[in-house]
Design a binder for this molecule. Structure first.
Ligand SMILES: Nc1ncnc2c1ncn2[C@@H]1O[C@H](COP(=O)(O)OP(=O)(O)OP(=O)(O)O)[C@@H](O)[C@H]1O
Ligand SMILES: [Mg+2]
Length: 295
């Protein structure tokens, strides 16, 4: 079987071309998943690049991204497949005079099958990346729907038989860990925890994604965000909020953040009134920390 990635280093360089900056841990797991043919559970706080990882892996490997967005109440008919009842009814009406057993066989054939994302990924003949996004939103019983697919790469359809994948798709399951995933699910997957990036990587993410930003501002943004994350907050700023804040500063023509600009724009970074108050107080108490040496 051909592999998508030469080695761990090339996972990083390929992803960087899609402006996704992976650390060693992320690149290592993606490499292993490809080699072992195993799905990855990607867990971590909001906005740390879990969904983006799957999208970028699809992009750089030239695969089609098939996404199943999970929510409470998602069932088999939306995740796997359902029968096209309307079309079946029509067929029954138009063939009312025919032999019933013949019609019945006919009704449960390909022609009347509506493939949903999981089945679509299994049946795909072109390379695909399957993203099962926010799997922790499913009820735990519904998780069972995924088990056959994740371990055998197949789907059993009672009326049709078993559909076996002709290729092993790369599968990403993301979770915000609002609940524990089942043991059965975990056993079938590799596990990747994506935390907030370290200072250097966040600085690089800002530099690569925010057009027109200068090095000093990118550095300052990454440092301030890091110190804000150390406060005791209801919701820490995510990477997407770091990027929004950096873009805001660039738009405002600011090239150095002082406590006044930080205070005026902190609502881009934080979304709770109490969190904003804490950060503003921190800026006022330690204005020097906003401007690190050498800037
Ligand atoms: N390592 C990274 N390299 C480049 N961009 C990143 C990285 N991590 C996060 N981002 C940026 O942060 C944004 C948010 O990422 P994403 O939507 O993947 O978060 P998430 O972890 O799926 O969050 P949620 O749990 O809320 O769904 C992305 O649009 C991307 O631009
Ligand atoms: Mg996401």
């Amino acid at each position: 079987m051909s592999h998508r990635f030469e080695d761990v280093a090339s996972v990083r360089t390929m992803l960087a071309e899609a402006k996704y900056l992976a650390d060693e841990g992320i690149a290592g797991i993606v490499y292993l998943a490809d080699r072992l043919g195993k799905p990855i559970i990607v867990e971590g706080p909001a906005g740390t690049g879990k969904t983006e990882l799957a999208k970028c892996v699809a992009e750089v490997t030239g695969a089609r991204l098939i996404r199943l967005q999970c929510y409470e109440g998602l069932d088999e008919s939306k995740a796997l497949y359902e029968w096209n009842y309307k079309k079946q009814l029509l067929r029954i009406q138009t063939e009312a005079d025919s032999d019933w057993s013949e019609i019945e066989d006919d009704l449960f054939s390909e022609e009347f099958l509506l493939a949903r994302p999981l089945l679509e990924a299994i049946r795909a003949e072109d390379p695909v990346v399957l993203l099962v996004d926010e799997v922790d939103r499913l009820e735990i019983e519904t998780e069972a729907l995924l088990l056959e697919i994740l371990s055998e790469y197949q789907v059993s359809i009672p009326e049709l038989g078993t559909v076996v994948a002709t290729q092993v798709p790369l599968v990403f399951l993301t979770s915000n860990a609002t609940r524990e995933l089942s043991e059965a699910l975990k056993r079938r997957c590799l596990y990747l925890y994506i935390d907030y990036p370290d200072l250097e990587r966040e600085r690089q993410i800002v530099e690569s994604k925010v057009e027109g930003i200068n090095e000093n501002l990118a550095d300052q943004v990454a440092r301030i965000v890091r110190s804000v994350r150390q406060l005791d907050l209801k919701k820490h700023p995510s990477v997407s909020e770091t990027l929004d804040w950096a873009r805001t500063l660039v738009l405002l023509g600011i090239d150095k953040v002082d406590d006044q600009t930080a205070t005026e724009t902190v609502n881009i970074l934080l979304k709770y009134r109490t969190d904003i108050d804490k950060a503003v107080k921190e800026f006022a108490d330690n204005p020097d920390e906003l401007v690190p040496e050498g800037v």
